[in-house]
Design a protein around this ligand. Structure first.
Ligand SMILES: Cc1ncc(COP(=O)(O)O)c(C=O)c1O
Length: 438
């Protein structure tokens, strides 16, 4: 029987197909659970620690940038006002400062003209995918498990995402080759492969150096771009940092997607894309992305850019230096989570095991049952602890019995308490008899 729909009501069937895609529902689901169970300790949100937030810093950074425009760029007060408060250059106003940050922290030498400052990573990836999807044959590859921001953006643009398997090296290159070959045999055009080489979300895995080099060689040989997303690379627990793919890139193979959400200020919503690929008809891919941007967000808020610029200036362009307190805190939190899990589940061959990432915000725990949205709800309601099912990041069978823990936002007490609650939940649900009682 078909339900009658009132004349003034729209049906989802009349709207874009992405609106019923699970990728777009993932964030809403976790927010909704968190709102319903506010007492639950949350290992779900991948947000930066808020304890160091200070609105006074916004004023300070803004003043610092104004001083830079006046003293180092020779602008009059009127020009400063216009730069910060007027509509601005489509590609952004802080591209030169971003280029200096990339040189200082990442060893990436890039022409500032190849940078487009965006509204976070999210806009950057939308611009890149929009440009690469010439028609229905174009597909993007993505390492699985992968960030929902990529999957969701691709879905909005009707661009299929083909999953590539990952392993402890960060990507299974044999699988990448297989996916490329199969796609081509099916008449598709793999345009780019998206991945997070450093302390990935959600896996916490870091790609080793030989794999980075081999990936670049393979991508070049296969005429495939690499979309490198690097929001967590700064947060190395022991200070070891591998060169980014972009730093190793000698042939314009890598489009680098940057975000200041974790290293600058998430509320500023500033990110960028480095797209130095030459275009046959002239200019760079960045210029084409800017055309798209002019029809999406027109330009990234110059006020927000100015705040991020002030932070860069204040720390001599090093976000590694600017984040020493944060990095130490994330390392401490990671160690506390690992120690608490080891205390509750001492058997390294037992059913509850976790990886030990070298940095970032996330780790992954194997659990003895299928961890789905229903289990999240039970965990929040009955045990007061929230986490993210790996199912949200890919649908391979291996994901069913895995969860992601984010430890960036918690205090030591919350971690102790939260892991005790999690252990109780996992133990209760390890035995079917007990589990079915809850
Ligand atoms: C893998 C990954 N990329 C990018 C981002 C940041 O995106 P944005 O700059 O849009 O906040 C996140 C944040 O959660 C992330 O986990």
């Amino acid at each position: 029987m078909t339900a009658t729909i009132a004349e003034d009501t729209l049906s989802l069937a009349q709207l874009h197909g992405s609106l019923t895609d699970p990728a777009l529902a993932s964030m809403t689901f976790l927010n909704e659970i968190a709102n319903r169970f506010p007492q639950a300790i949350s290992f779900a949100a991948g947000r930066p620690f808020e304890g160091f937030f200070d609105t006074e810093l916004v004023h300070r950074y803004l003043r610092r940038y104004e001083r830079y425009l006046r003293d180092e760029r020779g602008m009059s007060q009127e020009q400063v006002r216009r730069t910060v408060l007027q509509y601005g250059r489509t590609k952004g106003i802080i591209h030169e400062l971003v280029a200096r940050n990339l040189a200082v922290d990442e060893g990436i030498e890039v022409d500032p003209e190849a940078i487009v400052v965006t509204v976070g990573f999210q806009e950057a990836v939308v611009l890149a995918l929009r440009a690469l999807r010439a028609d229905h044959r174009d597909v993007v590859l993505a390492v699985q498990p992968g960030y929902v921001g990529l999957t969701g953006a691709a879905r909005l643009l009707d661009m299929p995402v083909l999953g590539v398997a990952s392993d402890e090296h960060g990507i299974d290159l044999a699988d990448l080759r297989r996916v490329i070959d199969t796609a081509r045999a099916d008449g598709l055009r793999p345009r780019a492969c998206y991945l997070v080489p450093d302390f990935a979300n959600p896996s916490g895995v870091t790609m080793d150096l030989p794999t980075r080099r081999a990936l670049l060689d393979l991508a070049r040989a296969e005429d495939l771009l690499v979309l490198e997303d690097n929001p967590y690379g700064v947060f190395s627990a022991d200070g070891t940092r591998l060169p980014t793919l972009k730093a190793l890139d000698e042939h314009h193979t890598v489009v680098y997607l940057g975000s200041f959400a974790k290293t600058g200020l998430p509320g500023a919503r500033v990110g960028f894309v480095v797209a130095d690929q030459p275009i046959a008809e002239g200019g760079l891919l960045a210029d084409q992305l800017a055309k798209i941007k002019s029809m999406v967000t027109v330009n990234t808020s110059p006020i927000a850019q100015a705040v991020i610029a002030g932070k860069l200036l204040e720390h001599d362009f090093s976000l590694v230096a600017a984040n020493t307190r944060e990095t130490a805190l994330y390392r401490r939190n990671r160690d506390l989570v690992l120690a608490a899990l080891a205390r509750h589940f001492p058997d390294p061959a037992g059913p509850v095991r976790c990886n030990a990432p070298g940095g970032g915000f996330f780790l992954v725990v194997d659990v003895p049952f299928a961890a789905d949205d229903e289990m999240v709800e039970i965990s929040a309601r009955d045990h007061g602890v929230l986490w993210t099912p790996m199912r949200h990041f890919h649908d391979a069978p291996a994901a069913a019995r895995r969860i992601r823990l984010s430890y960036s936002q918690l205090t030591p007490d919350q971690i102790e308490d939260g892991i005790t609650r999690l252990a109780r939940f996992l133990t209760t649900h390890s035995t079917p008899e007990k589990g079915s009682q809850s």
